[in-house]
Design a protein around this ligand. Structure first.
Ligand code: SF4
Ligand code: SF4
Length: 149
């Protein structure tokens, strides 16, 4: 975190409005108030928390923070740093690897693919034609190579 972000975080009064507003925090390990508290009290870098991946960027925390702290922006910045250091977490990595190979984020269901084969229908791995698939693959390689390693 740079000095500018550090100064903004210093304004946190630990009221908990952010985590109280966080839909993801109700069912995951994400706790924005605690993450900021650990940073303020113990100097733990924000980007040390794998739970940042649970943020769905709804901006509710940021909109409601009474101190005007851009909580979501801070999370996004920290998450970029986390991705640079450790790559994407498993499921995201799998999804983007699949996107690179097949131009789709989610593999087709085996059963559906089998049925298409049985019926003599072509088996598609994505909605794109070959040329577009190549382009998607190139884009993923160019921009995400480092984080899906
Ligand atoms: S809502 Fe704002 S002031 Fe309150 S704990 Fe969260 S970041 Fe800190
Ligand atoms: S932006 Fe992220 S941390 Fe903030 S309320 Fe939404 S899910 Fe929670």
């Amino acid at each position: 975190m740079d000095d500018e972000v550090g100064a903004v975080i210093n304004k946190c009064i630990q009221c908990g409005t952010c985590i109280g507003s966080c839909f993801s925090g109700r069912v995951t390990a994400l706790n924005t108030r605690r993450i900021l508290m650990e940073h303020l009290a113990k100097g733990v870098p924000i980007e040390n928390h794998d739970a940042l991946w649970f943020c769905v960027t709804c901006y509710a925390c940021q909109e409601r923070c009474p101190r005007g702290i851009p909580v979501t922006e801070i999370i996004l910045k920290a998450r970029n740093e986390l991705a640079r250091r450790k790559g994407l977490p498993g499921r995201l990595k799998n999804a983007f690897s699949y996107l690179e190979k097949h131009s789709a984020l989610v593999p087709g269901k085996d059963r559906n693919l089998e049925m298409r084969k049985e019926l003599g229908l072509p088996v598609y791995h994505s909605q794109f034609d070959d040329e577009a698939r190549k382009e998607v693959s190139e884009i993923v390689k160019r921009h995400l190579k480092e984080v899906i390693r």
